[in-house]
Design a binder for this molecule. Structure first.
Ligand SMILES: [Zn+2]
Length: 75
């Protein structure tokens, strides 16, 4: 008996119909400021920078970028 094994290379990519969402949460102690989720990454950046401008020391954020990914056969 003989088996034929075939290795098929796959990759992951963003799904073509997926929207990208951005969320930023301030990491300063006792601060619960956050922006998003929004589809506008520039808006999320601008809002975080404005938050830092109004709150000294609030300059670190947990940034989440989410989208639907799919596994596809590599070409
Ligand atoms: Zn903050």
């Amino acid at each position: 008996m003989r088996a034929v094994l075939r290795y098929v290379k796959h990759t992951m990519r963003p799904h073509s119909l997926s929207e990208v969402t951005h969320t930023s949460c301030c990491l300063a102690a006792d601060c619960r400021w956050q922006v998003g989720p929004t589809n506008d990454g520039d808006l999320a950046d601008d809002a975080a920078m404005a938050h830092t401008g109004h709150n000294a020391g609030h300059d670190k954020f947990a940034r989440t970028i989410e989208f639907v990914a799919e596994v596809v056969q590599a070409e």
